[in-house]
Design a protein around this ligand. Structure first.
Ligand code: NI
Length: 259
């Protein structure tokens, strides 16, 4: 693959799925992509994300506690986040949010409290928030309609309705689209993607998950981002290069520490 001019706004290169070939993969990705944002999901993965960002120029980190990782969250987790937040390559708080899909996750009230605390911290450090929303669209929308304002955020791998998207667009939030937007049955996702103003659009892989067509079912990696972006260019009727350039601008507008 040649240089794409793309940014993967969401990839978990810290994942165990990359244990065997991480370095080799990253040196290849350095040829293809302009940059990668690697969000953490708990203490260990956030620390690993920061480590990768320190090691590789084109990788940036986000730090946070994912809603699936709240059991046993340290009492001083906000202090840990605050310590990371001032690092020059920590560009966001995330991924954080609500996940009502897994029954073993912490109760909704606990998830909401920790989510809101992390948003407050992001505001305090003028960092954007990378948001995970799975089967929690109603509560998520309510939070951004009634409780939260004055923060930059991206709804990663957005799976909400067009109506929800319209409310979030009004408030200037960003939307990440990944492999799911290439799936045959994902007409709804493509409809939403077509509605989003170009200046609020980001691409992502969510590697190692959600692999785009034609590699669906295999391990995802940021090298497959181009498949998602080319598919989106076709869906939106925009030249690929134009979309790459616009989404790169968007990454820098959202993650303002990236120059
Ligand atoms: Ni993710």
């Amino acid at each position: 693959m040649s240089r794409t001019g793309l940014w993967d706004s969401h990839a978990h290169l810290d994942s165990d799925y990359f244990t065997d070939d991480r370095e080799e993969l990253i040196s290849k990705l350095q040829q293809d992509l302009d940059g990668i944002v690697n969000p953490g999901c708990d203490e260990a993965t956030s620390a690993f994300a920061v480590e990768l960002a320190e090691k590789y120029d084109f990788i940036y980190a986000a730090v946070g506690w994912h809603p699936e990782e709240l059991k046993g969250i340290p009492a001083d987790y906000l202090d840990k986040l605050a310590a990371w937040a001032v690092h020059p390559k920590v560009v966001a708080i995330g991924e954080v949010g609500l996940d009502y899909y897994w029954k073993e996750n912490e109760p909704k009230e606990v998830q909401k409290r920790i989510f809101l605390e992390q948003i407050d911290l992001a505001k305090q450090f003028d960092l954007p928030v990378i948001i995970h929303d799975r089967d929690a669209h109603g509560d998520m929308l309510e939070i951004f309609q009634k409780e939260v304002s004055g923060v930059r955020a991206v709804f990663h791998c957005f799976s909400g309705s067009l109506e929800m998207a319209k409310e979030l667009v009004k408030r200037g939030y960003y939307f990440g689209f990944g492999g799911t937007s290439t799936y045959k049955n994902a007409q709804k996702v493509r409809e939403v993607m077509s509605y989003i103003p170009r200046e609020l659009l980001l691409f992502e892989t969510d590697s190692p998950y959600l692999t785009p067509v034609p590699y669906r079912g295999k391990r995802n990696n940021p090298g497959y981002l181009e498949l998602t972006a080319r598919n989106a260019a076709e869906v939106l009727g925009v030249p690929f290069e134009e979309l790459a350039e616009q989404t790169t601008k968007n990454v820098k507008a959202l993650f303002t520490k990236i120059k």
